[in-house]
Design a binder for this molecule. Structure first.
Ligand SMILES: *Cc1c(COP(=O)(O)O)cnc(C)c1O
Length: 393
């Protein structure tokens, strides 16, 4: 009998040969500017901890206090017995923070995209999707059963063409875009996309996972950045990146958010987020509302790091956000570069196909408010050394 699992070994070997096999590292400390990774203390340029909240004393205090009061798990889905007072407080605070009518807190950003898309569109409908939308958006779209039509990346004119040609053949249309694209760090032209969608009566949704806590006044996100309050139908976000905890949020018009409480499957069929995580998210909202200091420092660090990297001769792509890709071409080159950075004490991930297109492999640097100027300088020094040694600069 043939080995029925042989395909796995073959596929894994093929990934390894193409330099696409992921090396999963183990973290041995809290998430901060320096971390213990595979037993080695390294400078961390790899996490989405934009504001340094993942290890913030006030966040940890809030989580500990919540455990004492609420215990560790709700042991129920939100719609049965898992909706804690804390969840409702957080939803109210997030809605106010983002300037929308209502918000729903779910288990993760990934879940949020699965939660929101299927209730809004189905088999008779059409989704207009940016070519580079995140995998969790794509999966949410597929789950809905709606026809998925792709428009060119960040191209409102192409979006308009696709909508004009196809919208009449379907019952409802939904335009979905990432806000900040996580691989390139560029920003969707949300104002223009909104005008196009409005013209054709198409519903609108933006995934603000990398804009939350980063863009807009005091980190209020991409809708705030463009001054489009109350216009986008749904803003999806995550509390797992700048907010430093875990969870996803769907924010927008009350009629939609209430509908999700009836229809969203991750809300109905997967247990609620813990009290500790929810309380930590509440502390994050407090911190963001109290001061813009962390967001300001994030941008200061971003501007400094990018200018210096460009000065060294690196190609940092089209990014206008703290996400800083260092373009290296083929995946094996990026893998080797990342490996050398790590040996020199810098942790930054190489990303290759299928996370990014073939031939566009890169190291992705994530700048954080928690990096000191000395940390950034140390990182630049290591990039310079490895860049020269490999002939990239
Ligand atoms: C990270 C990310 C998500 C998933 O968020 P999680 O909270 O980590 O599940 C969704 N969309 C985009 C664009 C992301 O970058």
């Amino acid at each position: 009998m043939a080995d029925k699992l042989a395909f796995i070994a073959e596929d894994t070997e093929s990934l390894a040969q193409q330099g696409l096999k992921i090396n999963i590292r183990t973290i041995g400390s809290a998430c901060g500017p320096w971390m213990v990774v595979d037993g080695k203390r390294v400078l961390n340029f790899c996490t989405n901890n934009y504001l340094g909240l993942a290890d913030h004393p006030r966040m940890k205090e809030a989580a500990k206090a919540a455990i004492d009061k609420w215990g560790v798990g709700p042991a129920a889905v939100r719609s049965i017995a898992g909706t804690l007072e804390l969840h409702l407080q957080l939803e109210k605070r997030l809605a106010a923070f983002k300037g929308v009518e209502d918000a729903l807190y779910v288990q993760s950003g990934f879940c949020a995209n699965q939660a929101v898309i299927p209730p809004l569109v189905g088999k008779e409908d059409v989704i207009f999707s940016d070519r580079l939308n995140h995998a969790s958006i794509i999966d949410g779209c597929r789950l809905s059963g709606a026809k998925i039509l792709v428009y060119e990346h960040c191209d409102p004119a192409d979006a308009e063409r696709v909508i004009r040609e196809n919208r009449p053949n379907f019952r409802r249309g939904l335009l979905i875009t990432d806000g900040v694209f996580s691989m390139d760090g560029d920003v969707a032209p949300l104002d223009k996309l909104y005008r196009v969608a409005e013209r054709y009566g198409v519903l609108t949704m933006v995934d603000d996972a990398h804009g939350e806590g980063v863009l807009g006044r005091g980190g209020r996100g991409i809708v705030d950045h463009f001054g489009l309050h109350g216009k986008f139908d749904v803003e999806m976000g995550t509390l797992s990146k700048a907010f430093g905890v875990v969870g996803g949020v769907l924010a927008g018009k009350k009629i939609i958010i209430d509908y999700l409480r009836q229809k969203a499957r991750p809300f109905l069929f997967s247990s609620a987020v813990t009290a500790a995580d929810t309380a930590a998210c509440l502390a994050a909202v407090d911190l963001l509302e109290e001061s813009t200091e962390l967001v300001d420092r994030l941008w200061e660090n971003t501007r400094y790091f990018k200018a210096e990297m460009k000065g060294l001769g690196f190609d940092t792509g089209p990014s206008v956000t703290p996400i800083t890709p260092v373009m290296l071409g083929e995946a094996p080159v990026a893998m080797q570069f990342s490996h050398r950075l790590f040996q020199e004490g810098l942790f930054a991930m190489a990303l290759g196909f299928p996370t990014v297109p073939k031939g566009k492999a890169r190291i992705r640097v994530m700048v954080s408010a928690s990096h000191s100027r000395a940390d950034l300088d140390k990182g630049l020094e290591i990039f310079k050394k490895v860049g020269k040694e490999t002939g990239v600069i």
